[in-house]
Design a protein around this ligand. Structure first.
Ligand code: MRU
Length: 370
């Protein structure tokens, strides 16, 4: 994607593969900086503190973290310890476990001296595939947006096609393109008059800081709204479609995504607004049928609720306290939207109803790289 005229991915190798650079998302939107990661410990820390975030990018960072661990020590003991350390950093997004398992399966049968190089190749393949999958999601989602836009009543044809999104499921959450934002980028480039309502996404404000940043860099018209505004906008016909990403989707089509997604799905359902979820295959957890009962929900620090980070007038990035001294906070980071509220799943293989049959039909053929 495009930052000041330069094409960027979110992660890449440096120093001949001895370290990895990532965009430091904790500094956005106020500072665009990269950070080097040169050990599994540093990779784990970057994931846990949300220097990198978003289900697909967490997975790729984890894969490179295993590579760094094996460069230091290719033994089985180190492989196992690094796997566990990285896997424990964020429990909800299943892409992390998926990517770690994929690298481990590739390197475990190999002689020790070949492991680090094989891990590098596998992590690179996961990253490249993520880009291709996200672009394909963009193409499938574009077709849906074009159909919905064309089906609007004649008097609304000249108006912007309004899409609401929650959290950040853009290129910053993946290696490039994004999941939910990929169809938006494709639509904008195809000349559709698209406008995006960006949920701020409390408590960490991935919408206000990251989605708004991305859309701005790509020149996509957008407006940041408070999380509570979505239902009102839908009641007044100002949302043509909702599209979000997901951190884990069950085989039955239940969708676990950033806290607040469920409320948007309820409001969309009540107002007849289509609610789409965009995801690559790496986000499907085929082992779980009931998302509410089966998906672990990450509980993050209460400080993310009681405090807020932003830019002070002097340019310094600063944190302020919102709540009275002594008021506790509680911070579940994700919620589950039941499949019945999802209009369709948009994957790299096409569009499916959010049902077990729908997903199985799309993924009847095994994934090429698995
Ligand atoms: O806690 P985060 O910022 O990692 O959560 C990210 C989201 O919830 C995204 O919507 C999700 O990962 C899908 S992204 C492609």
């Amino acid at each position: 994607m495009n930052i000041d005229g330069q094409a960027w991915r979110t992660i890449g190798l440096e120093e001949g593969g001895r370290s990895v650079w990532v965009i430091d998302q904790t500094q956005l939107p106020h500072r665009f900086t990269t950070r080097s990661i040169s050990s599994a410990d540093e990779a784990a820390e970057a994931i846990a503190t949300m220097v990198v975030r978003g289900a697909p990018l967490i997975g790729v960072t984890g894969a490179y973290g295993l590579m760094l661990a094996l460069q230091a020590d290719p033994s089985d003991a180190c492989l196992g310890a690094a796997f566990d350390q990285l896997n424990a950093t964020r429990p909800t997004a299943v892409n992390l476990r998926w990517a770690l398992e994929r690298v481990r399966a590739k390197v475990a049968p190999l002689p020790l001296e070949q492991r680090a190089e094989a891990a590098q190749a596998e992590a690179g393949a996961i990253a490249d595939e993520d880009v291709a999958m996200c672009e394909a999601i963009g193409d499938h989602g574009l077709a849906i947006f074009q159909e919905l836009a064309a089906a609007r009543p004649t008097e609304r044809q000249g108006q912007p096609f309004n899409v609401l999104t929650h959290c950040n499921a853009g290129w910053l959450a993946t290696v490039d393109w994004g999941t939910a934002l990929a169809p938006i980028y494709k639509a904008h480039r195809a000349g559709l008059n698209i406008h995006v309502w960006v949920d701020e996404t409390r408590p960490r404000n991935q919408g206000a800081s990251l989605t708004a940043y991305e859309l701005g860099r790509e020149g996509v018209p957008h407006t940041v709204i408070v999380d509570n505004a979505g239902g009102h906008l839908m009641q007044h016909g100002q949302v043509d479609a909702v599209i979000v990403g997901t951190d884990r989707t069950t085989r039955t089509g239940d969708v676990c995504n950033k806290i607040g997604t469920y409320l948007k799905a309820l409001a969309a359902h009540d107002n007849g607004v289509p609610f789409y979820v965009a995801l690559p295959a790496s986000t499907i957890d085929w082992s779980i049928a009931d998302g509410v009962a089966g998906i672990p929900i990450e509980a993050r620090s209460a400080l993310e609720v009681t405090h807020l980070q932003g830019r002070a007038p002097d340019g310094a990035i600063t944190t302020v306290q919102l709540t009275p001294d002594g008021s506790p906070g509680f911070n579940p980071a994700f919620d589950v939207t039941p499949a019945r509220l999802v209009t369709a799943l948009i994957t790299e293989r096409g569009v499916a109803p959010a049902t077990e049959e729908g997903l199985k039909a799309l993924y009847a053929e095994p994934l090429a790289a698995q």
